[in-house]
Structure formats: structure tokens, C-alpha cells
Design a protein around this ligand. Sequence first.
Ligand code: SF4
Length: 367
Amino acid sequence: MKYLDEFSDPDLAKRLVDQIHAVTTRPWAMMEVCGGQTHSIIRHGIDQLLPDGVEMIHGPGCPVCVTPLEIIDRALAIAARPGVIFCSFGDMLRVPGSSQDLFSVKSAGGDVRVVYSPLDALKLARDNPDKEVVFFGIGFETTAPANAMTVHQARRLGVRNFSLLVSHVLVPPAIAAIMESPTCRVQAFLAAGHVCSVMGTAEYPPLAQRYQVPIVVTGFEPLDILEGVRRTILQLEQGRHELENAYPRAVRDEGNIPAMEMLRDVFEVTDRTWRGIGMIPSSGWQLSEKYAEFDAERRFDVTGIRTAESALCRSGEVLQGLIKPHECPAFGKECTPRNPLGATMVSSEGACAAYFTYRRLELVDAK
Ligand code: SF4
């Protein structure tokens, strides 16, 4: 197949659904790690096409959703300072901090700007040498290479009024944390194709062996996901637990080697707190000592900020796959995309936003 719409072909989708039904003999619960996959599953009703008892558990793979509240509050504190141009991708502007969001800071006079690339923020820094320009660098292994390259460029060009507020998180430690949880129901994973296109697949076979779970790397189109589900169920039914790459058109086992070299140069692994989940050891990146002068947290000394989550929001349970979004009592009432209480209702990849957008409003719809 050559064109994207071919990966939504209804006849091929039906064939895959039939094959999934043919190989399934009992209930299974698998987690799609990535929020982009969650949206595709809900948008196309893929979970509703699966055999009874096969459950898709929505994982914590939405970068906006898992960015910790402390970091959001630090972003708000930095963005409110005079002389700062605070740059971010658009989906972070409405993520609620303890008491406000970046839009509120902007409407109160803060210089908050939406950019489409971290390099746009670097250009702003070069064009405004009398200002401090900060880029909000969040996300998984997918967005990290561009942020790493921007800091590398800032250092190479001697742009000292640029800094990065970093909150990068890593998928493999999150899979381990999910499997270690006493409430874990996950029996298999659909791994995120775009993460693996950067990092390759080498980190996953040891996880599959240690936790005895199939891990199948998949893409984001309906046929990609259905093929991932088919291969996963086949492994479960046969008692296998291996890594499979069902997304070879984008993922090579060795990953993107220049990107990984850049990441190793700019970042170092650190413990990270995930919003709604808590601290996961060695699950994130921070700037390495070589690039420490570009660390916005150090430059603006914003540690020690106290945070307070909404008492109503149950996004932590949503992110761990313990409840479906519409099982949260605030879903669609106190909490909507226009008035979100938690990040999972804001982000275009958030599970709560997916359920609201695609009208999964009734508990009866849940598989
Ligand atoms: S529906 Fe809103 S309040 Fe409930 S878990 Fe989702 S984001 Fe939080």
C-alpha cells in the first residue's frame, strides 16, 4: 500500500476483524500505550469491533496529560515574569495548573506564544536579545530529538537568552511501572510506532520476557491498529510473549541513530513524576551537565512551588487504565473540553477528550 487512506480500507479492515474473531477463544486485556492510538481506536470504533471480552485499556502515552503539575506551575511562574517570552505548542496553553493555565497568564499580560517548532523559539531568542526566551519541551521520545537539536544549536550559536523547560518522559520505564502495579490488568501492549521510529525496538524484548507479555509495535491508522491487535491476540492465544514489529514501514529495529546520538549528547536519564501516576524511576530526561546553562528551571529558580490537583479529577486512574473516562463522575458535567479539570480532557491525545469528542458518553458503551 502506498497512500494513507488505503490504511483505512473497509474491506481490508473487515478481513482483519474476521481474523481477530477467528483466533480469539477467551477474554484478553491489552493496553495501547499511545494517546494517538487511543484517539484512532475511539474515533473509528475499533474497540467495538473486537470480540466480546477483548478490552482495550488506554495507556498513559499522552505527553500533555502526564506532564506533572509542578512543571505546569513552574511554566506558569516563568511565563508571568516580565522580560520573558514563553513559547509552547498550542495544546499546553489550556492545561490546568494548580490555579490557572497559560492562557490566563497571557490574558493577564504575559508574553506567551504558540510556536510550531522549538527552532521557532530559538529564532525568537536571536531576534530579541533583550528578552529571555523559554521553550516548553515536553513529550516522549518522539519530540525529544527536535528539542535536543535546538539546545545543541543554541549552544553552538552562542544564544544565551534561550532556555528549555524540560519534561521529557520515556515509554519503557512506564511499561515496567504499569506491570509492577498491584492493580495491573494488562496482558499485552501495543507499543507506539513513532517512539520506536526514533529509539528502535531493543528496549522491548527484555520487558516482554520479564513480564511475560506480548509487545507489538503498531502505527496509528485503523489497519495498523487492527493488525497490531491481531498479532497480539495470536501471541496471547499461543502463550507467546515476544516483541513484534507490525509497523515496519516506519520502524527499524536499530531506530534513528543520529537522533539517538543527539539525545545522548544533550539529555541524561532522570527520575520523573508523571501526572496522576507518581514518580517512576529513570523514566525521563533532563539536560545533561554540558547543557545545564540552558535549563530554565535552574535559570529562573522555580523549584519549591506548591501544587494542588482538582479533587474531582480521576485522570490518574484513567492514565493507569483503571477506569474509562466516562466512569469519572465529572466527565461531561463539571469537566468538558471547554472547561477541563484535568489534562486528559485538554489534550488532543487525552483519553477523556477522545471519549467526549467521539460521543462515548454512556457507560453502556464500554467494553
Ligand atoms: S473527565 Fe475530567 S475530571 Fe474526570 S478524569 Fe477526565 S479530565 Fe479528570
